[in-house]
Design a protein around this ligand. Structure first.
Ligand code: SF4
Length: 404
């Protein structure tokens, strides 16, 4: 019997595909993304397709409810490469008409024909990295598009037939006053997107923004202003008919990003440089460097996986995987609680107790009392939920749930 038959399961599995290329590195960005690697696009796509096929042999037949092309800038990929990747997904996994296939796009990289090509290739949800509707702010962030170009792309996407569109926006930029942010969000609402993701700007180590802040060329984001912007946004979006379903995500009824919800308790494979996965009780990640990723996938396909016996052996045999952690009871409890608390519905206490054999109170005891007393966490209808103050200070809660 093929040893890998024992690894097969009929449970759904989602796919995240990381595309690490960008035209220019944005000032605030610490994602695994690189400008100036155009020569690697084709070999990288070859490696990604090989990795899809490798995993297809192991997880074939499992239904795939969601696929997410993230980055980096997936919209920098030429349409023929997107078509090849989509074809390999269809060959290797069970995608169907209900599979949500999302792609992140930078408005500075696309036109109407490209968007039509994406629709024809099977992409059915698009997420635009807009960040701001003020040109001065966009320039300060080193974004490669203007506010008008972002609006034009939105209209082109509708014309191309996209019925599900997300806009990503960032608030709390250096020197950004509340009314500037309000104006950005109002311009976004005027477009009537199906989904909005709002992120507070953070200064990440090693970014141009961090260096500018350190040398006094930019001011650090102000926490109180960001809190005021977040609170105003929550009220304004509720008034406009958007439901908040996660700390940073709002949607029109029924338009949740299903891929976001998979991270709560499903399994997913992250394919591509630096992508993280959760499969068969393991967390693991591919090597960060795109160049090394290409080399390591080649090494994996030239070796044989035929003799592998179980999940741990599969992961050891995959040369592109650089980090593996078997989930302990403590990390599984922490992952479950944190991912559930990010969502508005919160953590189902009875479900948690059934799965882990102990209540959240028994698992975390005094730490939970502490955040409850601080007004960050509340229990309602059998669910633990972040309060509105807790959503602003979510990391204060999450850090207390992590194992030592
Ligand atoms: S386009 Fe996105 S991934 Fe690329 S540098 Fe800018 S923020 Fe980072």
């Amino acid at each position: 019997m093929d040893a890998r038959a024992s690894l097969k399961s009929a449970d759904p599995i989602s796919l995240y595909l990381h595309i690490p290329f960008c035209s220019l590195k944005c000032a605030y960005c610490d994602f695994n993304s690189y400008a100036g690697l155009d020569a690697l696009v084709e070999p990288y796509c070859d490696a990604l397709i090989s990795e899809i096929r490798l995993w297809g042999e192991i997880a074939s037949g499992r239904p795939v409810p969601t696929v997410f092309f993230g980055g980096g800038t997936p919209s920098l990929l030429p349409l023929p490469q997107i078509g090849r990747i989509m074809a390999s997904l269809h060959e290797s996994f069970s995608l169907d008409v209900n599979t949500e296939v999302s792609l992140e796009a930078n408005p500075g990289t696309i036109d109407l024909n490209y968007l039509r090509g994406l629709r024809s290739a099977g992409i059915n949800r698009i997420s635009f990295g807009v960040q701001s509707f003020h040109d001065g702010e966009l320039r300060a962030l080193d974004r490669i598009h203007s506010a008008d170009e972002a609006k034009q792309c939105y209209h082109w996407a509708r014309e191309a037939g996209f019925q599900r569109i997300n806009l990503d926006l960032i608030y709390g930029l250096p020197e950004q006053a509340l009314d500037r942010w309000e104006s950005t969000l109002e311009q976004a609402l005027a477009l009537e997107p199906d989904h909005l993701s709002l992120y507070a700007l953070t200064v990440e180590e090693g970014t141009k923004l961090a260096s500018d802040v350190e040398h006094g060329r930019a001011s650090a984001p102000d926490g109180d202003t960001q809190a005021a912007m977040y609170e105003w946004s929550c009220e304004r979006l509720a008034e406009a008919g958007y439901k908040q379903y996660e700390i940073s995500n709002w949607c029109r009824p029924g338009q949740e990003c299903r891929h976001n919800l998979v991270y709560r308790n499903g399994e997913w494979l992250g394919l591509g440089a630096g992508a993280h996965s959760h499969w068969s009780g393991f967390r693991f990640a591919d090597v960060y460097s795109p160049r090394q990723y290409i080399e390591k996938v080649r090494e994996t396909i030239s070796s044989t996986l035929d003799t592998v016996a179980g999940p741990a052996e599969v992961l050891e045999a995959m040369q592109q995987i650089t980090w593996i952690e078997e989930q302990s009871l403590e990390t599984a409890m922490a992952d479950t609680a944190i991912l559930a608390l990010r969502l508005n519905e919160g953590l189902d206490v009875a479900g948690f107790s059934r799965r882990f054999g102990k209540t959240p109170e028994a698992a975390w005891g005094p730490s939970l009392d502490e955040v409850r007393e601080a007004g960050l966490l509340a229990r309602e209808d059998g669910h633990l939920q972040l309060t509105s103050r807790g959503r602003l200070l979510a990391n204060e809660v999450f850090v207390r749930l992590l194992p030592d």
